[in-house]
Design a protein around this ligand. Structure first.
Ligand code: FAD
Length: 396
């Protein structure tokens, strides 16, 4: 390996930048190159679903520009530049810049995928109103959505998962009327037992959110002053109509693993890595939303910061596996504070629920009574640390 060839990181989201910071703490000499399709602004993505009520502009969420980051990291950062091909034999990346489609090549010493995840494709929705349907997965998306909200009042939200419920909480507090539609029977149904989901639902309903469960959006028609959505599959038949100004879909994420896949690197749901974040190519690594680390696809900040620390060690000569413990996540439904610590994917067990007016405490236990995950709402969140300590780690 020629050590003038840089460590190249594709992606300047939290995963790419955290890794670059951790790497520079241990190695100030190796050339470092980050490449990103966006403008390289450093920002905290979780704030995107909790900033409307506070009137936060995109500029206020931008903590540092790519230039600031390049200086801080002693790195080169190529912005508005897409990696379109990885030649693993010659260790060459093909780059295409937004700026007139200029093509170039760059050689890497070692390569890291921090390419994140994209919004899952929309289900089939008929009608001519789709231009008023938004998704928010980047700071630029937030800018577009916030601009479209100006002088508007009614928002149709599609998807009552983690991000959908956070947006409902944020929008309703920012003064918008919110209709929230989901195919599932209660909010956050993939993460929470019914009692905890209903508890959040009740609080959001009191604040004005209207829920429509067991229903999908069949069509969105454009109207002079907004949109008209028709639901399908709901308990009240197929005729529910929702009038709104604009719509926002929050329907989950798909890891950006296509580039790795085309390069012949093993992918499954995400880019497959071992616990050292190494892909099927010993010279190429992955972390963050794009990575499937020893079978775990987790779209949260805590695992990526742990991965960044471990990978920086590995890349500077001390092979260090990552070890995911239990993963409590604060759901930013601030009207009803909630913590969820999801059990490992595919775990066998049952929820045991204690519900009072003050909050819900739910433990996910296996047959032997071992704690595999938990969910807490309201006052019960004070038990977060105690339960986290008792809870089985995601990785043995
Ligand atoms: P990303 O931020 O998606 O970054 C990907 C980067 O790769 C981008 O810079 C992109 O330009 C670049 N890229 C991709 N492909 C290419 C290519 N071919 N060429 C060049 N560049 C490329 N997690 C929590 O733990 N708690 C929360 O409360 C929470 N709230 C959230 C709220 C919202 C609204 C969202 C959307 C997510 C939330 N998350 C939360 C998840 C968390 O934000 C993500 O797990 C994390 O930000 C992922 O970072 P990443 O760097 O892996 O990916």
């Amino acid at each position: 390996l020629d050590d003038t060839d840089p460590l190249v990181i594709i992606g300047t989201g939290l995963a790419g930048y955290h890794l670059a910071k951790e790497f520079r703490k241990l190695d100030q000499r190796t050339p470092l190159l980050l490449i990103t399709g966006d403008d390289g602004t450093f920002y905290s993505k979780p704030l995107l679903s909790a900033s409307l009520a506070h009137g936060k502009t995109p500029a206020q969420l931008a903590t540092a520009s790519a230039e600031d980051m390049a200086r801080e990291l002693n790195a080169e950062i190529l912005v508005h530049t897409h990696v379109t091909d990885v030649n693993r034999e010659s260790r060459l990346l093909t780059l295409v810049s937004d700026n007139g489609g200029l093509r170039s090549e760059v050689r890497y010493g070692r390569l890291v995928f921090a390419t994140g995840a994209s919004c899952a494709p929309l289900p089939a929705i008929a009608g001519d109103g789709l231009s008023r349907l938004f998704r928010v997965n980047t700071l630029e998306d937030y800018h577009r959505f916030r601009t479209a909200l100006a002088n508007r009042k009614r928002v149709l939200l599609i998807g009552a998962g983690l991000i959908g419920c956070e947006f409902a909480n944020d929008l309703v507090q920012a003064g918008y009327e919110v209709d929230l539609v989901d195919l599932q029977p209660w909010p956050l149904a993939n993460l929470l037992p019914e009692a905890a989901g209903r508890d959040i639902q009740q609080t959001l309903e009191q604040a004005g959110v209207r829920f429509h469960f067991g229903a999908g959006v069949a069509s969105i028609a454009r109207r002079a002053d907004g949109i008209r959505a028709q639901l399908a599959g709901g308990p009240s038949g197929d005729d529910t109509i929702i009038e709104a100004d604009i719509a926002l879909a929050a329907l989950g994420l798909i890891p950006n693993a296509g580039l790795a896949d085309v390069a012949g690197i093993a992918t499954n749901r995400g880019i497959v890595t071992d616990r050292e974040l190494r892909t099927s190519d010993a010279n190429i690594f992955a972390l963050g939303d794009c990575a499937e680390v020893d079978g775990h696809s987790l779209y949260f900040v805590a695992p990526l910061t742990q991965s960044a620390r471990a990978l920086a060690q590995t890349l500077t000569g001390t092979p260090t596996p990552v070890h995911y413990g239990s993963l409590p996540v604060a759901v930013k439904t601030t009207l009803r504070p909630t913590v969820v610590c999801p059990p490992r994917h595919g775990s066998q067990g049952e929820w045991q629920v204690t519900a009072t007016a003050a909050g819900v405490r739910a433990e996910f236990l296996d047959g032997a009574g071992k704690l595999l995950g938990f969910a807490l709402t309201g006052n019960a969140i004070t038990e977060r640390d105690a339960l986290s300590k008792r809870c089985a780690p995601l990785m043995d």
